[in-house]
Ligand binder design. Structure first.
Ligand SMILES: Cc1cc2nc3c(=O)[nH]c(=O)nc-3n(C[C@H](O)[C@H](O)[C@H](O)COP(=O)(O)OP(=O)(O)OC[C@H]3O[C@@H](n4cnc5c(N)ncnc54)[C@H](O)[C@@H]3O)c2cc1C
Length: 385
């Protein structure tokens, strides 16, 4: 019987597991994840402002796997490609085929103060910590380090939270480069900038967080915030064990994969952990590509077992949306540029569709419908945070 190990039960790993469990072959599949639950990341920022119940964004991994798939709650710590073994703190697992689908994690860029005092936004646990700190109402300012899409979403959600709770706090996005939203089209950047301005959210470009001492934050130019909540979203990197692997990686630690999503004898990689180049550019870290890559790696494992030629991965880009909590989102979907309420609605519909488990889908539909209605009312009443 062929032994398959999948590391990481996110979008990519679960998509691969679904395909493998239906292929009709007698396989010995072991799923490793360091957590018992899978988190639905795209709605994490909405738990802050829109008041989504964070428990609806999580689901027991075991409940999503077929009976034939063995789940082990352990963290992969290293891999020996020679002997085909994956190591965890307590065990070792041998494989014939390996899929690395361990996603990405917050990159603190070795900043120990940020690691101790800043709030990350990369899991349900993270967002629960943010919500619990917000409920203590001890901050005068909110600093978001990183002007990518997560930073923008976090800022607009904090703004919504402040409005709902009558808090008059400053919200400031600190961005190292000269523009927010990195490589996205110019019209989206200016639309988002305009929206942030309307909400009273300040954007400091070409700036960094220079010093952090508990809730005292100093940013470029010597501006000091004495009682600030610092949200840390300047970028991500892959899992720690990947950093040590003797394979080609980019600076974020994404594993360079070939056109079949393979990178070593019997080894494949999918999702955020994989660096797949298409039309000369690395593919975005996104749910749609993670799911497609997961399914494709499963197909290529099945083809390898059946001694059939492997299939090339040909990604289809359906587009993307930058959701903003006052329902003035923007995005490009099926080649159409969208602004305002429609992309917000499409984002939520896609999230409900992709979320895990029927209970969560129903709960999220009710929560989001209420949230959309409430945010419309708030927008009519007040303009700024
Ligand atoms: C706040 C936020 C909002 C986002 N919004 C969107 C959006 O609107 N649209 C969109 O397309 N994308 C969005 N993304 C990106 C999207 O969530 C990722 O691209 C996607 O989750 C990647 O899927 P994955 O399967 O590669 O990894 P993940 O979903 O991250 O899953 C990886 C799994 O691997 C496990 N793991 C990690 N290391 C180990 C280890 N050493 N051993 C065992 N298990 C391990 C983790 O516990 C996790 O369960 C967002 C991300 C964030 C953080």
């Amino acid at each position: 019987m062929h032994k398959i190990i999948i590391i990481g039960a996110g979008f990519a790993g679960l998509s691969a597991a679904r395909r493998l469990s239906k292929c009709g072959l007698d396989l010995d599949i072991t799923f490793l994840d360091k957590k018992e639950d899978v988190d639905f990341l795209p709605l994490i920022p909405d738990a802050i402002g829109r008041g989504l119940d964070p428990d609806l964004l999580t689901c027991r991994i075991q409940n999503l796997l077929g009976k034939k798939t063995k789940f082990v709650k352990e963290e992969a710590t290293s891999i020996d490609f020679e002997t085909k073994q994956v190591f965890t703190a307590d065990s070792r697992y041998t494989y014939d085929f390996l899929l690395i689908a361990s996603g990405s994690q917050t990159n603190f860029f070795a900043n120990l103060e940020a690691q101790s005092y800043a709030y990350a936004l990369n899991s349900v646990k993270d967002v629960k910590a943010v919500i619990s700190a917000l409920q203590k109402n001890q901050f005068e300012d909110f600093i978001i380090c990183g002007g990518g899409y997560t930073g923008i979403e976090a800022a607009t959600n904090l703004c919504l939270f402040c409005r709902k709770n009558g808090i008059a706090a400053k919200i400031i996005i600190i961005e190292r480069s000269l523009e927010i939203l990195g490589p996205l089209p110019g019209w989206m950047k200016s639309y988002a900038r305009d929206n942030l301005k309307k909400l009273g959210i300040e954007v400091l470009l070409n700036s960094v967080v220079e010093n952090i001492q508990s809730s005292r934050v100093v940013v470029s130019g010597g501006r000091v915030f004495e009682k600030a909540m610092l949200i840390w979203v300047p970028g991500v990197k892959t899992a720690d064990f990947i950093q040590k692997l003797p394979v080609d990686k980019n600076p974020q630690g994404r594993i360079v994969v070939d056109e079949y999503l393979g990178f070593n004898q019997g080894c494949f990689c999918a999702g955020d952990a994989a660096l797949f180049i298409t039309k000369g550019n690395p593919i975005r870290m996104a749910v749609q590509f993670s799911i497609a890559e997961g399914a494709q790696t499963a197909d290529n494992i099945i083809r390898s077992i059946k001694k059939l030629p492997l299939k090339k991965f040909q990604p289809r880009d359906l587009g993307f949306i930058i959701p903003m909590a006052n329902n003035r989102s923007c995005g490009a979907v099926f080649g159409l540029n969208l602004k305002g309420f429609l992309p917000t609605l499409l984002h939520f519909m896609m999230c409900i569709y992709r979320s895990y488990g029927l209970r969560n889908k129903i709960g999220l539909t009710v929560n989001l419908a209420k949230a959309l209605f409430a945010s419309g009312n708030l927008r009519r009443r007040r303009g700024k945070c």
